[in-house]
Design a protein. Structure first.
Length: 381
């Protein structure tokens, strides 16, 4: 789910935490008169009318000029990587606020200026929206939500997962291995999201496992228009794809839905140039304990070393651990990013591009290594 990520920025005691509490209608963030009450960014999930599922990110005051305060500000800058929009709390004088305005503009993050504590009758900048997070909360909450909707990116929430490859009435076969790496009793998020989109399109999703793909195809009156497979099953699936049927994977769909599919496809060609002295970084959004059949920590490294040699150096990172400096790597291979919002994954892509480091993803890597990439259809978006 691509939740709208809204970051709250402001000086110490500007009312950031009380604003978050008002928006979420819960005591999510600790509120106190003591400067520096908020340390690490605090995240809270909720639904907003018309905007849908959101994540509010409460941050430390950006005017804390202590060593610890500067460390907190560095965490705020990292949190900006995932921000779709920002609420910048401003006071009577635009001091540090003007600096953060420039940061938001440079990063292309839409923002609204919010003057909290209107109950104190302070003078506020002309462009600021004056509210109080402690009085007339229902009224001020509505004002704030309307401000959020005004700066919402016009294309937010409209991106298709299947990228125009499926339409009403199409039969789409989804190949989903149920091995030791599959979560017990449930489907992984990209599978759930894809099935939901196909149902919304009024397409006809047909689910199967790799071992039953041939039997599944034989039961259909005609060849499906599209087969979507788990990337791990590319080698078994693509020889069975009927003529005229498109083939892609859940990971490839996620790469297009949240990342830069063309850059990923181009970067995959770097794999053919790797040697045993090369250095590869594999990045995974999830932080689950690795399993014996883990795709990022076991299967892709095994495929790479089989092709390139056992001396190939491979590093792994997970969750929000991602190096600022990528120049020591010859290639970055990222997961589909289903647990990240698009803005955050694109910030990692931008970092790789800026440092001249190729970056691809799990699905495209496996398709390349199994010889299936030329048969894979890439979504348009």
């Amino acid at each position: 789910m691509n939740r709208l990520h809204i970051i709250i920025l402001g000086a110490c005691n500007s009312g950031k935490s009380s604003l978050v509490n008002m928006l979420t209608d819960q005591s999510t963030s600790l509120v106190a008169d003591t400067p520096g009450t908020t340390t690490d960014p605090v995240r809270r999930n909720m639904e907003l009318p018309e905007a849908g599922p959101c994540v509010f990110i409460d941050t430390a005051g950006f005017d804390d000029d202590t060593e610890l305060g500067r460390q907190r500000i560095s965490l705020t800058l990292k949190a900006l990587d995932e921000a779709d929009i920002a609420l910048l709390l401003v006071g009577e004088n635009m001091g540090e606020e003007a600096h953060w305005q420039e940061i938001l503009k440079q990063r292309g993050i839409p923002y609204a200026e919010i003057a909290n504590k209107a109950d104190l009758n302070r003078t506020v900048p002309d462009n600021a929206i004056s509210i109080s997070s402690i009085r007339d909360r229902a009224k001020n909450r509505t004002i704030l939500i309307e401000a959020i909707l005004r700066i919402l990116p016009s294309d937010f929430g409209t991106r298709s997962i299947t990228g125009g490859m499926a339409k009403e009435g199409d039969t789409v076969v989804l190949v989903m291995p149920q091995d030791d790496s599959a979560p017990k009793g449930r489907l992984i998020l990209p599978q759930v999201q894809t099935i939901r989109e196909l149902l919304d399109l009024k397409a006809i999703p047909v689910c199967t496992v790799p071992e039953k793909l041939q039997d599944t195809l034989s039961t259909l009156n005609s060849a499906p228009s599209l087969i979507i497979t788990d990337s791990q099953a590319f080698a078994n699936v693509y020889p069975l794809v009927p003529d005229g049927t498109m083939l892609t994977s859940f990971s490839v769909l996620m790469a297009a839905h949240k990342g830069d599919i063309r850059f990923f496809a181009e970067s995959a060609q770097t794999i053919s140039k790797l040697t045993e002295s090369s250095h590869v970084l594999i990045a995974e959004a999830c932080t689950h304990a690795p399993q014996s059949e883990d795709i990022g920590r076991a299967k892709i490294p095994a495929l790479l070393r089989k092709r390139i040699g056992q001396g190939l150096r491979i590093d792994h990172v997970s969750g929000r651990d991602f190096p600022d400096n990528l120049t020591g790597y010859d290639l970055v291979i990222h997961c589909g990013g289903c647990m990240f919002n698009r803005q955050y994954l694109l910030s990692r892509v931008a970092r790789a591009k800026a440092q001249g480091v190729p970056m691809t993803n799990y699905g495209i890597t496996i398709a390349h290594l199994t010889g299936a990439l030329s048969k894979v259809t890439l979504p348009e978006n």
